[in-house]
Design a protein around this ligand. Sequence first.
Ligand code: 1QQ
Length: 392
Amino acid sequence: MRLRVGSAAAASAAVLLLAAGCVDGGEAPADNSGLSGTGAGADCVIEAPVKVGLVISITGGAAFIGGYQQQGLELAFDELNAQRGVEYQVLLEDDKTSPEEGVAHYAKLIDSEKVSVIAGPTLSTVAFAAFPDAQEAGVPAIGMSTTAEGIPDLGDYIFRDSLSERVALGASIPAAVEALDLKRVAILYDGVDEFTSSAYRTMKEALEGLGIDVVGEEEFATTDTSFTEQLNRVKAAEPDAVVLSALLGATIPLVKQARELGLTAPIIGGNAFNSPVMVDELGPAAEGLIVAGAWSSALQSEGNEQFVANFTQRYGRPPDQFAAQAYTAAHLIDVAVRADCDASREAIKDNLGQILEQETVLGTLSIDENGEVYQDPVVQIVRNGVLVPLES
Ligand code: 1QQ
């Protein structure tokens, strides 16, 4: 199945044709009728197709993530639709990396498509706009890359399988301090974006908590493209390392300019750094960059080796963290549906909040009734242009 953006009709037709496990291939019901089935778990059989909305950044500044998410979701729903009993009708929408677009597509999926559950959007900034509408409508929504502070607090219909930036930074900063014997650090941060501002606060707390001397704090705006002034002040402070909270748009020019200005200190970064697209674009400037995240191709987690092999074989490139989190979100939706063999919004909401020590390609993962995810972070460093586990 190729996940195509937009028109529901095309999508449902494609899914129906391919879903070997489907029962009668009919249209999804407007209400919950036909969404509660017989049996449970692997023996669960639900008559009606289960409509799943996907809202990701296929275009715009976060497309570097959305492209991997689309492929991770496609691979997962193909696997799920090859299983017996439950047929997923997947409706993919492009949030164009814009809160307004995110809200509009959410409204369409909730009100006209009447989906049972929605995965996405890609950025926390878009999620802060769209998730409240899902909460108000009583539609369960799961973030797959939304790591900002406060996302699960948006309501009891809001969940995420994307490790919070707070937990990730709580792992990467101490690991970097130990591995690099850091004493003096400077912080550079985008003070405009919701995600980067909350990450900056987390970074500062973590550093002060470790007794690290913060010798410089320099703010910039999401849309800035020149950082010379801030970088020269940081350079003059002679930090042992720089901690950077930025989205991709600013990250590339900022890190390249830092290296051009002779600022060679190691950089510790936020979630955007878990993208191989970013590492490739930075080239030599990325060497030694440290980041914590939720996944690594080296993880000895359940099904990870097969996931990496299947993804690479199908898409001609290895997956990244964002593909792995999207792939996992689809499988978690299936776990929630098959738990009571009920694909109604309420049943999915109840069961997404009771995911306990589920084995996934991300490792052992739990999601609590507040919608927060719990799993071990993975701290990585860029070596020869590739993210590899940071050995202490
Ligand atoms: C968020 C993020 C982005 C930087 C990457 C997806 O983590 O918006 O929460």
